[in-house]
Ligand binder design. Structure first.
Ligand SMILES: Cc1cc2nc3c(=O)[nH]c(=O)nc-3n(C[C@H](O)[C@H](O)[C@H](O)COP(=O)(O)OP(=O)(O)OC[C@H]3O[C@@H](n4cnc5c(N)ncnc54)[C@H](O)[C@@H]3O)c2cc1C
Length: 395
């Protein structure tokens, strides 16, 4: 029997030699840590600092950021490879979606020269981290309803509001918050983005007890007249939506990569187990009741990977509108593939599917992340129904 693979051949026609080399190098790094390291860190409530530091030193965390600010000069397609391969190796670092992908991209595209110098080198080498807060308790999926307000006070800004589910604040140097400027009374979203250092007076955060087994925690945030200097504003206060989407499309592509990593990790473990576990006369993988669902997962993973590559290609080519549709579709497809694959993997391992030794049970909750965040599967389907199919809006 040949060694099991969890992706189809032919990727050499689709990815450059540099990207294939990046995949191999990141996979090697991930294998040195693996799910045993990741889960031990998560269960101890500690960040995966050793892996983060090594990935930063090797240039993987900032592979998408401009070379002149310490990054690798690549695109979101490169960073998606990093997250997918780390996840496949058992270490799906959620903060990659936030720190270099959303925050790094927004600052690189719209930040001032000073902001770029201040943040990008640290985000690129991993010595600094930035979280991202848009979700609010009373707005949820409807980010047009966010009510965190930024008011001018002389040269300064005063930020007031609440956020929920902000990942990784406890190990971040700052948070990029989405607020709306006070004069936006039209009811239309007019977001403005602010970098808020974690220790700023008036900024409080409390962990939300979650059922996820992950080194990153989620927090609720209280912003009470948080005083910020004029330089805290990222980009133009009147061009918020465009700037926001510069960060949200990479977020969707990266969430797809996160789901793909989980899916490939689970499929790899399931296939390995099914090839060797024998309870009748043949390995359990010979039974089509197990083999076909696993084969179906392999097909769905491969399709979702292709869509993710397409979305990244469009985004990196500057085709923001087309990238938006593709990023939504990729996030949806990868989230569904991951949920199905992890479910099937747990089933394939029988009782071992739920032991800590095999680390698959923990992925059951993790796969929900890709279905709920940053935009839920239902909201993606709404988007496709309206924008792709031209159907009327129901909400
Ligand atoms: C692990 C994790 C990490 C996260 N990290 C961050 C972070 O770092 N920063 C951040 O800002 N946010 C973060 N989030 C928040 C995440 O983006 C939100 O949970 C998500 O946007 C959904 O919002 P909600 O939870 O308020 O759900 P709701 O908006 O309340 O939705 C609840 C349900 O209703 C459905 N629904 C709502 N409207 C419609 C509609 N019109 N049609 C059909 N169905 C609908 C949704 O699909 C969903 O199933 C994180 C969430 C999780 C779980």
């Amino acid at each position: 029997m040949s060694a099991p693979r969890t992706t189809a051949p032919g990727s050499q026609l689709i990815e450059t030699p540099e990207r294939r080399a990046l995949r191999r190098a990141v996979a090697d790094l991930g294998a040195r840590f693996g799910s045993t390291y990741y889960l031990a860190k998560a269960r101890a409530g500690e960040p995966a600092d050793e892996l983060w530091a090594e990935a930063g030193k090797a240039g993987y965390l900032g592979v998408n950021l401009p070379a002149e600010y310490g990054g690798g000069g690549g695109g979101i397609g490169d960073l998606a490879i990093v997250l997918e391969e780390l996840g496949t190796a058992g270490c799906p670092l959620l903060l990659l979606i936030v720190s270099p992908a959303i925050c790094g991209t927004v600052i690189a595209r719209y930040g001032t020269e000073e902001q770029k110098r201040q943040w990008l080198p640290g985000l690129a080498d991993g010595s600094r981290r930035m979280a991202f807060g848009i979700t609010e308790p009373d707005a949820g999926s409807n980010s047009h309803r966010i009510s965190t307000v930024a008011r001018r006070d002389g040269e300064d800004w005063l930020l007031t509001g609440r956020k929920v589910f902000v990942s990784g604040i406890d190990h971040a140097d700052a948070v990029l918050f989405v607020a709306r400027t006070e004069d936006a009374r039209t009811g239309k979203l007019k977001p403005a983005l602010f970098v808020v250092p974690r220790e700023t007076p008036g900024f409080e955060y409390r962990p939300i007890p979650m059922e996820l087994v992950a080194p990153e925690r989620q927090f609720q945030v209280f912003l009470d007249d948080v005083r910020l200097p004029a330089e805290a504003l990222v980009g133009d206060e009147n061009a918020g939506l465009l700037q926001l989407f510069a960060g949200l499309n990479p977020e969707r592509i990266m969430t797809a990569a996160f789901s793909l990593g989980l899916a490939r990790q689970a499929l790899g473990k399931a296939v390995e187990y099914a090839r060797t576990r024998t309870v009748w006369s043949t390995p359990i993988g010979a039974h089509q009741g197990l083999a076909h669902p696993l084969a179906q997962c392999a097909v769905e993973i491969e399709l979702a990977r292709l869509m993710t590559q397409k979305a990244a290609l469009l985004y990196d080519a500057g085709e923001d509108a087309a990238a938006g549709e593709a990023a939504n579709m990729a996030k949806y497809a990868a989230g569904e593939a991951a949920a199905r694959t992890v479910d099937q993997a747990v089933q394939t391992l029988g009782g071992n599917g739920l032991t800590q030794e095999y680390g698959l049970g923990a992925l059951l909750a993790a796969t929900r992340v890709g279905r709920v965040a940053p935009v839920s599967r239902e909201m993606v389907l709404n988007y496709v129904a309206q924008h792709t199919l031209g159907l009327p809006k129901s909400y």
